[in-house]
Write a protein that binds this ligand. Structure first.
Ligand SMILES: [Zn+2]
Ligand SMILES: [Zn+2]
Length: 342
């Protein structure tokens, strides 16, 4: 049996430098999915490139980068991965796909709590998808890259990587504002000689589209929720999976952080977290409903809460399957261990 494991490169959620920077601090969300000698990256949060190297992986083993959605805590190290990672590649390798959401297609509605209508950033291209984002990131570094390309004769990241937008199947009634998470069956977004990667739309408004991914090989499967409230599509994606990695948030922390202030910004923040994230109890419920063999909680918010607090929440919720709360750079197997029922 070949290697089937995930390595948690970073397990914190949210666009924050979580402080205090002590033993509990975690890097931004990013997960390596290792299948044999190849590795795939799901999300590229703070420190993903550094942690990828620290986990012992090399760029020539990277089979693809998958972005669940385009919130900055999932994408902020994509730039580093391309600019520093290019020195681990010769240009003779196949281009590494970067696969993620397409252009949102419409701005989100302005909050009903707004007193003055906010002005959008970059109105000429206000909701770029994965392909546009990668192009713009590389263009922003043209001074550096043209040194490398013209003087040092290095292949440019634009030749080493290929950023692609996921095309959402038609006929679902999907709309970024009106119906961002229609009921759907998983659909395939990538396949090579090692794995098939399927996706579903998950519930993380107002961002859209937001995906959960599932990697399936002959020897095991792992589903990764991305950011989502508890949702039926995720249950379908994770059906019978060997390992489910699901996000978890502490709503106690949300209430203590935003609940004390009586202003529109605080109320909007509490609303956002309730509609878009999952408690420990709900993550366990998703794992139960899907019949997952094992659950790992990650994308932990807040990122500085001691692991014991998460484990306490798991114990209070009660679970009929193994639940782990890995630290950064921990390995969790997704090799199939159950006998298949025929
Ligand atoms: Zn996030
Ligand atoms: Zn998010």
């Amino acid at each position: 049996m070949s290697d089937h494991r995930i390595v948690t490169l970073g397990t914190a959620g949210g666009p924050r430098w979580w402080t205090p920077l002590d033993a509990h601090s975690r890097f931004g969300i990013s997960t390596a999915v290792a299948v044999g000698d190849r590795v795939y990256l799901v999300d590229a949060g703070l420190g993903a490139g550094r942690q990828f190297a620290r986990a012992g992986f090399t760029m020539d083993r990277l089979g693809g980068v998958f972005l669940t959605h385009l919130h900055s805590d999932h994408t902020t190290d994509l730039l580093n991965l391309a600019l520093f990672g290019m020195f681990g590649l010769t240009g003779d390798e196949p281009r590494i796909p970067i696969i993620g959401p397409g252009d949102r297609g419409a701005l989100p509605p302005v909050s009903a709590r707004a007193t003055v209508p906010p002005r959008p950033v970059a109105p000429q291209l206000p909701t770029p998808g994965t392909a546009d984002m990668f192009r713009l990131l590389m263009e922003s570094q043209a001074t550096d890259l043209n040194d490398r390309v013209l003087d040092a004769l290095r292949p440019s990241p634009t030749e080493l990587f290929e950023a692609r937008d996921i095309v959402i199947p038609g006929g679902l009634g999907y709309h970024p504002n009106d119906a961002p998470t229609p009921d759907m069956a998983p659909f395939t977004v990538f396949e090579d000689d090692r794995v098939r990667v399927d996706a579903v739309l998950v519930q993380h408004p107002p961002i859209a589209p937001a995906f959960g991914f599932r990697f399936t090989s002959d020897e095991g499967s792992v589903a990764i929720s991305g950011d989502t409230a508890k949702c039926d599509n995720m249950v379908r994606l994770a059906e019978g999976v060997d390992l489910l990695l699901h996000e978890a948030i502490s709503f106690d922390w949300v209430a203590s952080t935003y609940g004390g202030r009586d202003d529109e910004t605080s109320r909007a923040s509490i609303d956002h977290h309730r509609r878009s994230h999952t408690s420990v109890e709900e993550a366990i419920a998703v794992a139960h409903e899907a019949g997952a063999a094992r659950l790992a909680l990650h994308h932990l918010v807040p990122g500085h809460l001691p692991t014991e607090s998460w484990l306490r929440a798991v114990a209070v919720a009660g679970a009929e399957l193994e639940v782990v709360v890995p630290a950064d750079l921990e390995t969790v197997s997704f090799a199939r261990q159950r006998a298949l029922a025929f």
